[in-house]
Design a protein. Structure first.
Ligand SMILES: [Zn+2]
Ligand SMILES: [Zn+2]
Length: 274
């Protein structure tokens, strides 16, 4: 069950986009992961859907050559669609994994994520969410906590920004030099709970995927924090990349209307006072 293939896809599955010369975004079915760096050294950010290790390895070879491996893997968070291939990749590459300290219990077998909320206001993906795995994986000593000062040891020039709400130890990654933001699921550019939108990848600024988000107050504050960074280009865990005016307008609108746009009208993790 836990390493089961999830039959969800999108028109962008298999797509590779270089959002910067040293940042390649790869879409696995419905989720994005990132190769950051060059032949001299690179890092994998997030690790795709269950059963996607072969795809990721193939893409690695295409970008960096046969036998290439990263310096490390950095996780935005530990949900199944971001760690699906992780155990296989770590076994194969033998590299360290970094995540926020508050996400470590879910990566070391100590704590499972709460069950997805199929009753949440939303479309078909929300309804099928009970099939999504929530059980913690166990990386043991392979996973390290990111330093509290925001530095990311294997990624000079980048900072981790704690953006909880979707999960307790969720982080986004920001590079100030060219204002690139890898937001993870803090916000996304597709309505992730709606199957048709996921399939077609219709662009829409949305809060974190609803069926797995447990703290909407924190999620709202996190999006505000990211908007304050005034990113020039952003890529999210789900949906296509966004830049310039579209990004600043989209984020500003999401911040101003978070309660209407992002927070579901009903669901297990929604407080009565919304
Ligand atoms: Zn997630
Ligand atoms: Zn996700």
């Amino acid at each position: 069950m836990e390493n089961q293939f999830i039959p969800a896809t999108s028109v962008n599955s298999g797509r590779v986009v270089s959002i910067k010369p040293d940042i390649h975004m790869f879409t696995v079915q419905i989720v994005n992961l990132f190769f950051v760096g060059d032949q001299q050294g690179w890092v994998l950010v997030d690790a795709g859907m269950p059963r996607s290790a072969d795809n990721i390895l193939k893409q690695t070879e295409q970008l960096f050559g046969e036998g290439a491996k990263p310096k490390a893997i950095v996780l935005t968070h530990g949900h199944f669609d971001h760690v699906g291939a992780l155990e296989e990749l770590v076994h194969r590459w033998d590299v360290p994994v970094y995540a926020h300290e508050m996400e470590l219990p879910y990566l070391t077998g100590k704590k499972d994520y709460p069950k997805p909320d199929a009753s949440v206001e939303g479309g078909l993906v929300a309804k099928m969410s009970p099939m999504f795995p929530t059980k913690a994986i166990d990386l043991g000593g392979k996973v390290k906590a990111l330093p509290a000062d925001g530095l990311i040891p294997p990624m000079p020039g980048w900072r981790s920004i704690h953006t909880p709400g979707h999960s307790p130890g969720h982080i986004s990654l920001f590079r100030a030099a060219d204002r690139v933001l890898l937001a993870g699921d803090a916000f996304v550019t597709v309505k992730q709970d709606a199957l048709y939108n996921v399939l077609t990848q219709k662009k829409e600024f949305q809060g974190p995927p609803r069926y797995l988000t447990t703290d909407w107050e924190a999620a709202k504050a996190s999006v505000g924090r990211l908007a304050e960074l005034q990113p020039a280009i952003a890529a999210t865990g789900h949906g296509t990349e966004t830049a310039g005016q579209e990004l600043s307008d989209g984020l500003a609108h999401l911040v101003a209307h978070f309660d209407e746009v992002a927070v579901p009208d009903y669901g297990r993790y929604v407080d009565d006072h919304h």
